[in-house]
Design a protein around this ligand. Structure first.
Ligand SMILES: [Zn+2]
Ligand SMILES: [Zn+2]
Length: 91
């Protein structure tokens, strides 16, 4: 039986090489991003939307990356995860 070379990590949501899984290779956030409505990124948006919050799909948009913070650690979306661990295979 062949061993799987890659597994999908349920911490960081990336595929990883099972032979290279050591403590420290997996970094992820323990909580979800939240809207940082004080960010100036949103000034124009809120002007146009009359205060309606942006759709979640904006999180994927690099132009609005600055407008979110991780609720676990207040870091930006593109900053390394606050939890350092090893990859955990999804079942
Ligand atoms: Zn975090
Ligand atoms: Zn991982």
């Amino acid at each position: 039986m062949m061993r799987k070379a890659f597994e999908y990590c349920r911490n960081c949501h990336e595929y990883y090489d099972v032979d290279l899984n050591a403590l420290g290779v997996c970094r992820y956030h323990s909580d979800n991003p939240e809207l940082d409505d004080d960010s100036e990124v949103w000034a124009e948006f809120f002007d146009k939307s009359c205060g309606m919050p942006p759709p979640d799909s904006f999180m994927e948009d690099p132009d609005f990356e600055e407008g979110y913070r991780m609720s676990c650690c207040d870091r930006r979306l593109n900053e390394p995860g606050c939890v350092v661990s090893r990859h955990k295979p999804s079942l």
